[in-house]
Design a protein around this ligand. Structure first.
Ligand SMILES: [Zn+2]
Length: 487
């Protein structure tokens, strides 16, 4: 997912020092053998979790590095697994070699699509720097209780877990109160011409739903204990803006005051030091209120003061300085990421450019931010150009509906009463496109993971602890069953 950019820094500075922990204790339910603590409406998931491990291994071995993706091979593999269960999957072709796959468990012949639950995961993965891995990234190596491989967490772990929960439901065959739809998407990592946006435009009727579970959020494990469960209900909006400086080109032996490189770098330096004003969204407010209760006293105190008239300004500074994630959750963020200038060492170029990767809070506009930056830079040689690849702002998912309540209740219970917080991710996922189609989408990656393991997503030696995978399958299946099984 793109959300990894956010999740890398997700836990607070105070929570960031993830340490070693006993292997099984943190993920196994504390029940006597054979007596499940809370019987699941669809029964024991440990057998299917074992099967799902082998699907995950196979999916890692199918190289879906994007570009080019080649998700069609993974889609066919998934359709084959579903066929063995008597479930007819549909391959939804997007571009040559790239397809999504969808399947449905029906509640009634004419179910209401607005009630349906969609289980979403993407099949593509980001590339690897193979020389930095200690194992083959596409061999699904098992070592010390971990399964290694690109996509082990992002997002083939979720893909295999969704598949397991979906098939567990089919096998248990309970009466459903709504349709349940399995969907594996393509091109999430590049958001190009095989992305969920195109998928929705071409095939919406195949998977139209009112609710969705997707990647995002996290179950943070520290010292063998789940610290909190973060459920993503909203996300920031990515926009790229080019800063263009123009000047007089000429021989470098005779420098001029209007040198484009000088004007560009001065502008970028000002922008880099700029902090946009803090805006609170409902989700961010709730996130900090609940996080304050589990953080240490000092930072918790400032979190509680974020929106107070007397101490708010100082609190915002303390909290923003403590963690780059928190800083970005509170305001529009701007990261200069690329510079382009010059053709020869002895020529002053007539133009120099920089890319700004901007993440807007939902509701804020890039025009308003650029008006501020124009004033700040205050240089007639500088102009801004908004790039056409901007994301669209989606409304947040509600924190008041039955589905969010179910996720909160079941996840909290299954992770030893850990607090469950709503989360607004700073990175983007497929959920924004779903929310734009009135889907109440939530990011719930159910595997208890340490900060250190979370950082490996998009990085080297990505891996998932097998005990965490098994626990995640169980919790995911319970959340889903609680919401879809008729009483
Ligand atoms: Zn992902």
């Amino acid at each position: 997912m793109n959300w990894n950019r956010m999740v890398q820094m997700m836990a607070g500075a105070a929570l960031a020092m993830a340490a070693s922990f006993p292997v099984a204790a943190q993920v196994a339910p504390a029940a006597a053998p054979g007596i499940p603590l809370n019987p699941s409406p669809i029964g024991d998931t440990s057998a299917i979790a074992k099967e799902a491990q082998s699907w995950l291994r196979d999916l890692i071995k199918i190289n879906t590095t994007n570009p080019p993706g080649n998700e069609q091979i993974a889609a066919m593999y998934i359709a084959g697994i579903l066929a063995k269960e008597g479930i007819k999957a549909e391959i939804l072709d997007l571009t040559p070699g790239r397809s999504a796959v969808a399947a449905r468990l029906r509640s009634t012949a004419m179910a209401d699509p607005s009630k349906a639950l969609l289980l979403v995961a993407h099949m593509d993965v980001v590339g690897v720097e193979k020389s930095k891995w200690t194992v083959d990234p596409f061999a699904a190596v098992e070592k010390d209780g971990y399964l290694y491989g690109r996509g082990a967490i992002d997002d083939k772990g979720m893909l295999a877990a969704n598949l397991a929960a979906f098939i567990a439901l089919k096998r248990a065959n309970p009466r459903l109160n709504r349709d349940v739809i399995f969907l594996a998407t393509a091109d999430e990592e590049q958001f190009g011409d095989a992305s969920v946006k195109i998928l929705i435009a071409k095939y919406w009727d195949k998977f139209a739903a009112g609710f969705a579970l997707n990647e995002g959020g996290e179950v943070l494990l520290k010292n063998g204990k789940v610290q909190y469960v973060a459920v993503q209900a909203s996300e920031k909006v990515p926009v790229n803006v080019t800063v263009i400086a123009r000047g007089t080109s000429g021989h470098a032996s005779m420098p001029t005051k209007d040198n484009a490189v000088v004007h560009l770098t001065a502008a970028v330096a000002k922008i880099g030091n700029y902090s946009a004003p803090v805006h609170f969204t409902t989700i961010v407010r709730r996130y900090f209120e609940q996080l304050a209760a589990i953080e240490d006293d000092e930072i918790g105190k400032w979190m509680r003061s974020l929106d107070t008239p007397d101490r708010g300004e100082h609190a915002q500074k303390v909290v923003s300085d403590a963690n780059p994630l928190w800083n970005s959750m509170l305001r529009d963020s701007i990261a200069p990421t690329m510079l382009t200038a010059g053709v020869r060492a002895n020529v002053i170029p007539g133009e120099a450019c920089a890319n700004l990767n901007i993440r807007l809070l939902p509701g804020d506009t890039v025009d308003a931010l650029l008006a501020e930056l124009t004033k700040l830079v205050n240089d007639p040689q500088i102009r801004f150009e908004i790039q056409p690849d901007a994301g669209l702002a989606a409304p947040p998912s509600s924190l008041e509906n039955d589905f969010y309540a179910t996720i909160t209740k079941v996840a909290g219970r299954e992770f030893s009463n850990a607090p469950v917080l709503p989360f607004q991710s700073t990175g983007a996922t497929d959920s924004a496109q779903l929310r734009l189609h009135n889907v109440q989408a939530y990011g719930f990656t159910p595997f208890p993971l340490t900060e250190e393991d979370l950082r490996r997503m998009h990085g080297d030696d990505e891996r998932i602890r097998l005990a965490s995978f098994i626990k995640g399958v169980d919790v995911l299946a319970r959340v889903i069953a609680e919401f879809v099984v008729a009483r």
